[in-house]
Design a protein around this ligand. Structure first.
Ligand code: FES
Length: 111
């Protein structure tokens, strides 16, 4: 059984988004907000989640990075949850992509 773990996450805003005003009513309160209509995703995960083994004893895996303190001009961070050096990318996404047909890759943080 699959579950929805995230909906409507805008990303890839390197070019101006096509903003869309949306009105909604939550708990009897009308709200209005803008959001991008580009590259919205819905993520579904199988029971057990997308994280196969990284820091499973933690309630939630959260990492913080002070970008100005990065050692290298470009630092790749893992988004496939398969890296042996998580949260850094070690290239394990290549093996994962070949095995599954997926297309995940790292987040590149640049100084
Ligand atoms: S190892 Fe996970 S994105 Fe590269």
């Amino acid at each position: 059984m699959a579950s929805i773990i995230g909906v409507g996450i805008p990303f890839g805003l390197s070019s101006p988004p096509h903003a869309l005003k949306t009105s909604t009513r939550v708990g009897g309160v009308a709200t209005q907000f803008s959001h991008s209509t580009r590259r919205m995703v819905a993520v579904k995960a199988e029971v057990g989640g997308i994280n196969p083994e990284i820091r499973k004893s933690e309630d939630k895996v959260v990492d913080s990075v002070v970008v100005t303190e990065l050692a290298k001009p470009v630092t790749p961070y893992c988004r496939c949850w398969r890296s042996g050096t998580f949260p850094l990318c070690d290239g394990s996404h290549v093996k994962h992509n070949k095995a599954t047909g997926d297309n995940v890759g790292p987040l590149l943080l640049k100084k």
